[in-house]
Design a protein around this ligand. Structure first.
Ligand code: FMN
Length: 387
């Protein structure tokens, strides 16, 4: 067992073990990847205030997310095709999250279906919904999530049309991969992945194939998005989905104070400040940079979560201290999953929790819920509103 000290260690193993097509799918942003990079580099610009001679015993990372108790305020974000990063990946990640005590979010574009995860994990999880044109399919998938006992619906608002990722087009991304010569040559060095994938029956988009009608190419995420996602999604349609669902609703992909105000007026249980990990609007501002303006606009009216760019417990601490109530991680847990399956997701969560705990202590804090601006040194330009 290699010694894993940080998320980057998991990423290095992940890169060696998972086919290039799926590594590239995760490790990319749209177009120039500028927003993808800045999501991380902007976290580095925020500094922490070192405090000493403070009793640091009895520390806790426990908190809540939409009223649910969590071991730390870090949920696993919805990641499409997680079951291609590792066989039965969604089930493994959901199990790790359940054991750790943090929420797992299943993507609409998952490989394991809602029913697969519900049966294997036997605990409520969150379901992320992409809004489709096909009303019958939309209503049916909401009903399937309800029947599977999902405890929140995470409605993604920033991907009704796909931001282009050059690598996915060049690699011919599909689930399962088409066995072209370059893919076969790559798979020759990823034999462990191949053997596990041959052993599972879950190699297709489990929520879609067999459930949706008129799907042109069911293996292509890119084709599917273009054909099926509803480009007419607006606040009226969001209200209809809320009524159909009737449970806790989280709006994901808010990165502007004006949209945050509309989400708060709408009465969402939480919003996720996010630019989809830099995968959609290239040129958008990093979510950590937008957070202060959004907190100022709606911080007293709606629970604010943040994702995009979190790779450590220090990043989690910075987001919380900047005013987020909780955070979500995408790639950080995918690196763990691709590297070591369920144990790798657990390791990613352990690494982040330990970093959060130690950093909190060195900042002179004992409770994540007490973190605030007083823990940070923020560059002057960071807090200026964008013109
Ligand atoms: C490979 C990959 C696939 C994703 N698929 C989805 C998805 O199906 N639905 C969704 O709402 N967000 C999706 N996202 C976005 C994540 O939920 C999350 O917003 C993002 O990963 C956060 O940034 P981070 O990876 O820097 O933590 C995906 C992200 C990645 C990296």
């Amino acid at each position: 067992m290699p010694v894993i000290t940080c998320i980057d260690d998991l990423k290095a193993i992940y890169r060696r073990r998972v086919p290039r097509m799926f590594y590239d799918y995760a490790e990319s942003g749209s177009y120039t990847e500028g927003t993808f990079r800045e999501n991380c580099t902007d976290f580095q610009r925020i500094k922490l205030r070192q405090r000493v001679a403070v009793d640091m015993t009895g520390r806790t990372t426990e908190s809540t997310m939409i009223g649910q108790k969590v071991a730390m305020p870090v949920a696993l974000a919805p990641v499409g095709m997680t079951g291609m990063q590792c066989a039965d990946g969604e089930i493994k990640a959901a199990r790790a999250a359940k054991a750790f005590g943090v929420p797992f979010t299943l993507s609409t574009m998952s490989i394991c279906s809602i029913e697969d995860v519900a049966e294997a994990v036997q605990a409520p999880f969150w379901f992320q919904l992409y809004v489709m044109r096909d009303q019958e399919f939309l209503e049916a998938i909401i009903e399937r999530a309800r029947r599977a006992n999902c405890s929140a619906l995470v409605l993604t608002l920033d991907l009704q049309i796909l931001g282009q990722r050059h690598k996915d087009l060049k690699n011919g991304l599909s689930a399962p991969p088409r066995l072209t010569l370059p893919v076969l040559l790559d798979l020759a060095t990823k034999w462990r992945w191949g053997i596990e994938m041959l052993r599972t029956k879950r190699r297709f988009f489990g929520n879609i194939v067999g459930h949706a009608k008129g799907v042109g190419d069911p293996s292509s995420l890119i084709a599917w998005t273009a054909e099926q996602f509803d480009p007419q999604l607006d606040w009226g349609k969001i209200a209809r989905i809320r009524d159909l669902w009737g449970g806790k609703l989280i709006l994901k992909g808010i990165n502007d104070p004006e949209d945050a105000r509309m989400a708060a007026d709408f009465g969402a249980d939480a919003i996720i400040v996010s630019n989809h990990g830099g995968r959609q609007l290239d040129g958008a501002v990093s979510s950590i940079r937008m957070l202060p303006e959004i907190v100022k606009a709606v911080g007293d009216r709606v629970e604010i979560h943040l994702d995009s760019g979190i790779r450590s417990g220090q990043d989690v601490l910075k987001a919380l201290a900047m005013g987020a109530h909780a955070t979500h991680i995408g790639r950080a847990f995918i690196y763990g999953l691709g590297a070591m399956g369920e144990a790798g997701v657990t390791r990613a969560l352990e690494v982040i929790q330990k970093e959060l705990d130690i950093t909190m202590a060195l900042c002179g804090e004992r409770d994540v819920k007490a973190l605030g601006r007083h823990n940070l040194l923020i560059p002057p330009d960071f807090l200026q509103a964008w013109a």
